[in-house]
Design a binder for this molecule. Sequence first.
Ligand SMILES: Nc1nc2c(ncn2[C@@H]2O[C@H](COP(=O)(O)OP(=O)(O)OP(=O)(O)O)[C@@H](O)[C@H]2O)c(=O)[nH]1
Ligand SMILES: [Zn+2]
Length: 292
Amino acid sequence: MQNGRVLKQQNGLYTIEDENGISRVGNAGSKIRKEGYKILAGDFVEYILNTDNSIFINSLLERKNSFIRPPVANLDTLFIVVATDEPAPDFYNIDSMLSITEANNVNPIIVVNKIDIKSQNEICSIYEKCGYKVYSICGNKEDGIDELKNSIEGVCAFAGQSGVGKSTIMNQLFPELLLEVGEISQRIQRGKNTTRITELFKINKDTYVADTPGFGMIDFINFDLLTLEQLNEKAFPEFTPYKNNCKFRNCTHLKEESCAVISAVRENIIPASRHENFIRLHDELSSKNQYK
Ligand SMILES: Nc1nc2c(ncn2[C@@H]2O[C@H](COP(=O)(O)OP(=O)(O)OP(=O)(O)O)[C@@H](O)[C@H]2O)c(=O)[nH]1
Ligand SMILES: [Zn+2]
């Protein structure tokens, strides 16, 4: 029995890379299908190598996380792309994505794009204050691209609103993917119902990029990518140093007068938009729990 990483799944056939970097195609046993697990790009599997060099997947190994859009497992880094303008940043969307990464053990990196049309200072200051890594770039020039490229590690994906420049940046970072990225943009334009296959492209040893940008956040709440408990305990890490100083041990940090988190917001140590979006996510997740 051998272990390998799934790079692609298409029509029930899986492309698996072994520990020496050799890729082979094969299928999965009925046991896995009966268990109802969908094997995703990024999954680690245990398989048998047949004499004809094809493979037969026996079991799916434990994953650290899995996502729906794009369908990938064991994601290490999510690049959250934000434009300074065109489209204007949607801070609720950014904070939702950041919360999901925190809840699912993914390292988030914020990429502020289109710095040629508007200053990046407001966005950078909000997220640097919270301790996040932020890169400012101009996607259609080479400025800042090298520094961003050096931060890429493990299994990565790109996310962000439509039009922020995800495909443009991926083309700059991985010119060798140009063709594939181009094809995907066309597939996106053809409509939402077209089946998209997510494939992990190998950039170098241990570094892969999911070729489908998007990481749609629209219905993340329906998929349990973030629970109320995770929101309170793992998301918004910049609240953590203040939480112990709240007057009440069971402080919700939503509106209590004696809340140390809220004091830090008033003193402009914690950005106000972050606290507003914490409340909004809290409300959304609480109302979801009521109907469960
Ligand atoms: N001014 C300016 N325009 C940019 C920059 N980066 C990308 N664009 C333009 O923004 C538009 C959208 O870029 P895309 O790369 O298609 O954006 P996307 O995020 O992949 O969009 P979707 O495929 O809809 O999700 C294109 O017209 C790009 O040329 C930039 O740094 N500055
Ligand atoms: Zn509090």
